[in-house]
Design a protein around this ligand. Structure first.
Ligand code: ADP
Length: 198
């Protein structure tokens, strides 16, 4: 199964993707995690991305499209994956469609985690306080405001893009974490061994 999780920063994409990875063996492909690893490792991409990410802007499309193209070609992505943080604008979505079409492949579903902007700042403050090794460079009020603005301007139009292609599903991202997981499994038609998600 090839899946996209859509939603603003702090919507819970990473948390839910990790759960789907554990339960169903789908690999979580987070462009944010990959870029943070590149920054940490001091690669050329990392050097290019560091300041952009810290202020909450988008890394150039060519960079993230290249990262994703390499990553989905790896053997562990063969049985399916969850894209978390990609695509983030229509140009990236079109690049992904072309990439998949080139392999005779397509997306199975795009699930939007629907949340209210008002709760995002408090979720991100909690994450910043709990992150081992200290908060992310972009988990502060100023960068978050920028990330939300970028989200509404550039990423939100993807819901219409995927709706028109008949693959969009929505879940209520405001309910508790286990409930969101259950809703996700339901809309995706996935089932786990009894008790696994209790
Ligand atoms: P969040 O969803 O909480 O904003 P991510 O970890 O997905 O955080 O992304 C952090 C930052 O990494 C983004 O603000 C952006 O700078 C960069 N980034 C991640 N994915 C992409 C992408 N697909 N295109 C451009 N920039 C990206």
């Amino acid at each position: 199964m090839k899946l996209i999780l859509l939603g603003p920063p702090g919507a819970g994409k990473g948390t839910q993707a990790q759960r789907l990875q554990e339960s169903f063996g789908l690999v979580q492909l987070s462009t944010g995690d990959m870029l943070r690893a590149a920054v940490k490792a001091g690669t050329d991409i990392g050097k290019q991305a560091e300041a952009i990410m810290a202020r909450g802007d988008m890394v150039p499309d060519a960079v993230v499209v290249g990262i994703i193209a390499d990553r989905i070609a790896q053997p562990d992505a063969k049985n399916g994956y969850i894209l978390d943080g990609f695509p983030r604008n229509v140009a990236q979505a079109e690049a992904l469609d072309a990439m998949l079409a080139g392999k005779g492949d397509k997306l199975d579903a795009v699930v939007e985690l629907e949340v209210d902007d008002k709760i995002l700042l408090s979720r991100i403050e909690t994450r910043a306080a709990q992150t081992v090794g200290g908060p992310r460079a972009d988990d502060n009020a100023e960068a978050l405001a920028k990330r939300l603005k970028v989200y509404h301007e550039q990423t939100a139009p993807l819901t219409a893009y995927y709706k028109s292609r008949g693959v969009l599903k929505g879940v209520d991202g405001m309910s508790d974490i286990n409930d969101v997981t259950r809703q996700l499994e339901a809309v995706l038609g996935l089932t786990t061994k009894k008790g696994k998600l209790a």
